[in-house]
Design a protein around this ligand. Structure first.
Ligand SMILES: Cc1cc2nc3c(=O)[nH]c(=O)nc-3n(C[C@H](O)[C@H](O)[C@H](O)COP(=O)(O)OP(=O)(O)OC[C@H]3O[C@@H](n4cnc5c(N)ncnc54)[C@H](O)[C@@H]3O)c2cc1C
Length: 419
């Protein structure tokens, strides 16, 4: 079969690799000059800037299935966090794997006994569950906030740890996201590591693209699909004004474009973030080891990540790379936001100077995720929703994550085989 794929994000690339490996003639049309979609990296002056603060959870089943993790040469974060507010910091050693870090966690004054017990209970409960059943399980209709209260966690735990940590994952600090997303990622965090590839997050789609090309797929970078017409025995696409006929098409673009190309209803609301990358001389020690610093007081910024501590290739010798994340679009200028980051760090670390914290790069990501409130999966389109031989791939068919996107590519490839 000749299969045309629109979009070379993680979903389109997994579909391309699998279909090419199954012996099909695959062409991917990607409107940008680079693959990866929302997962891209820039290399500048010895630093690596991922586009928006992103990390790889090695526990994701699709990550284990589709990627050669050794070749990515991951630098790993330490699970847990530094909880920071003005004039106060505490270490939450590992809120996902309680037994191994009991002593540190017991010593943390920010965390109550019931939260420590809740961590044990949650880890035990989730360890036996098949991750895919979690997404449509009984907690899918609850918010994270309701779920934590039902599980007996304290309000302080929810506000000081879960709000900034999951605010970073879901781009929603209000904890209004479906608890299924919380359970799924909590399980992944208690069973796997959190890492950054040596060449940046962009190495993930690059690896998938190389795999697809090795299997014979052609990836046409810089080509835009403007029409996808499905019919009973194939599909016709308009690519840069030219007609391309195929036996089947996979639409693996962002959700808004997928809706426009196929007429299927897809999520259109966007969650944005603004990510700032800073250099700090190596000798200034944030004493957070390889743990993320969470703003437990407010969301300005929501988090500061010691990215080069986890992955030393992210900064040149003598420098460290800190990555600050603001949730939502921001009206302030890059330098105004950077000044807020210096002020916040100065209030968390009154003993340390931050006047030489140098802003290197700012990413304003307008569309990072779609909202995932309780029950959100009921409104997502089925991969086979379009007319004719057209199949959908992309996170918007499952849930917003590297796992959701990669798994969607596998499912789309299976659906194409069934046509
Ligand atoms: C800032 C940020 C932080 C995130 N953090 C994490 C995280 O830490 N962990 C995690 O698991 N997930 C995270 N995510 C989510 C994850 O990155 C996405 O869910 C996933 O990458 C989506 O992949 P996709 O293939 O579905 O779509 P996309 O990446 O959107 O790919 C779609 C592709 O289609 C192309 N395209 C669009 N229109 C056309 C057209 N007309 N013709 C041809 N090509 C077209 C686009 O250029 C793009 O390459 C984050 C996302 C962002 C942006």
């Amino acid at each position: 079969m000749h299969i045309a794929i629109a979009g070379a994000g993680l979903g389109g690339l997994v579909a391309a690799a699998r279909l090419a490996e199954a012996g099909h003639d695959v062409t991917v049309f990607e409107e940008r000059d680079t693959v990866g979609g929302r997962v891209r990296s820039v290399h500048e002056g010895g630093f690596v800037f991922d586009r928006g603060y992103q990390v790889l959870f090695t526990g994701y089943p699709a990550v284990q299935r589709e990627l050669d993790l050794d070749a990515l040469d991951l630098g790993e974060f330490v699970a847990g966090a530094t909880l920071a507010r003005p004039n106060h910091r505490s270490t939450l050693a590992d809120p996902f794997r309680a037994p191994s870090t009991l002593v540190d966690t017991v010593l943390n004054p920010d965390i109550q006994v019931r939260d420590k017990l809740g961590t044990f209970r949650l880890q035990r409960e989730l360890s036996g569950r098949d991750p895919e059943t979690i997404l449509d399980g009984p907690t899918a209709d609850q918010t994270i906030e309701q779920y934590l209260a039902d599980q007996g966690f304290s309000r302080a735990y929810a506000e000081r740890f879960v709000a900034p940590f999951y605010g970073g994952i879901t781009l929603d600090r209000s904890l209004g996201t479906s608890a299924a997303v919380f359970e799924y990622t909590y399980k992944m965090l208690s069973e796997g590591a959190i890492g950054l590839p040596a060449e940046g997050m962009g190495a993930i789609p690059e690896q998938l693209a190389a795999r697809a090309e090795r299997a014979g797929a052609s990836i046409e970078r810089g080509t835009r699909v403007s029409v996808v017409d499905g019919h009973d025995d194939g599909a016709s696409l308009t690519v840069d004004g030219e007609t391309v006929d195929a036996d089947a098409a996979v639409v693996a673009t962002d959700p808004k474009t997928a809706g426009e190309l196929t007429g299927v209803s897809t999520p259109t609301e966007a969650k944005a973030c603004v990510t700032q990358h800073f250099a700090l001389p190596d000798h200034r020690n944030l004493r957070t080891d390889r743990r993320i610093v969470l703003n437990s007081a407010d969301d300005r910024p929501n988090t500061v990540s010691p990215s080069s501590a986890a992955q030393p290739t992210y900064a040149p010798d003598g420098q460290q790379l800190l990555v600050a994340n603001f949730l939502g679009t921001q009206a302030e200028s890059d330098e105004e936001l950077a000044e807020e980051v210096r002020d916040a760090l100065g209030s968390w670390y009154p003993e340390t100077r931050f006047d030489d914290l140098e802003l290197l790069h700012t990413d304003r990501v307008e569309f990072a995720q779609f909202p995932q409130p309780p029950g959100f999966r009921e409104d997502l389109p089925a991969p086979t929703a379009p007319e004719g031989n057209v199949v959908l791939a992309g996170d918007y068919t499952r849930w917003c994550s590297i796992q959701g996107a990669m798994e969607s590519g596998r499912v789309a490839a299976e659906e194409v085989e069934r046509l």
